[in-house]
Design a protein around this ligand. Sequence first.
Ligand code: TYM
Length: 331
Amino acid sequence: MDKKLIFSGIQPTGTFTLGNYIGAVRNWGPLQDEYNCIYCVVDLHAITVKQEPAKLRKNTLDAYALLMACGIDTEKSILFIQSHVKTHAELNWVLGCSTQFGELSRMTQFKDKSKRHADDVNSGLFTYPVLMAADILAYNADLVPVGVDQKQHLELARNIAQRFNQRYGELFTVPEPYIAEIGAKVMSLQDPTKKMSKSDDNPNACILILDDKDTVIRKFKRAVTDSEAEVCYREGKDGINNLMTIYSSVTGKSFDEITSEFAGKGYGDFKLAVGETVADHLAPIRSEFDRLIQDKAYLKKCYTEGAEKAQRYSQRIVSKAYHKVGFVDKA
Ligand code: TYM
């Protein structure tokens, strides 16, 4: 039987957060053995909020190298930069004409971002989920590994696929979300009721995966917890629950095992253990990133080949979509 196809993407907004890593990227490498995988640095999505061009270019290359450092193997998977493959923007237009204003208005991420960037509520920010649907449907992906925050966008992509298929005849695979059981929503270290995000004003809220060991430990030491002293996973203990989730996903230990490990010890010991374990886990990624980012020629070879493969793959599907809607065939 043919292997199922996985597609996912990440925005090039500087280094990834521990949330990006645990909720998404860390799972992408292991999936390569079981599935055909296509991964993408979504620079077209990034410009829905203001970007400084030189910084975007640097961040995009960094993100590409970082994905490789996190275990994406360009021999096994297709890894490319979104703006290099024109089918995404081409399909975006067609799908936009099958998406309702009302549906896009209900997207919580649009509501949040338009509040945060009130001086620039551009139409790209509004139609962002249509481009995301195009990313996925252009490859007829079966599964999309993402964190919980992308679930609503994925449901919209499914609706768009179904609507197109009903209107024009079967073409698109209706994609399924692939969400990790543990760590699909890593929370802020400073306000554990909010998701960990780079856009947080407080730098201690968020671990970046290229943070050095001391920084990682310091941020965990400052993590907000509660006034009890028991390391256990329980409703109302948002800070500790978050630290347990992080520790569990890095060590593979269950919550019960963690509770026994820290029985009789204080939060200070627990926070230090989480900090050290996470920092040690991230260390090889940091050194592999440092090595890869020096080798611009190799990176260029990888992203050029990745784009060629992605273009070839998606062109077949997007050409069929163009034909189905009634555009005259080009050749
Ligand atoms: P982005 O770049 O915001 O995030 C990349 C991935 O990281 C996950 N994530 C988290 N998971 C757990 N806890 C957190 N605190 C956390 N923060 C982020 C996200 O769920 C995501 O999986 N729109 C997407 C990028 C995209 C995409 C796609 C994804 C564009 N096209 C097609 C899948 C398929 C985004 O902005 O992700």
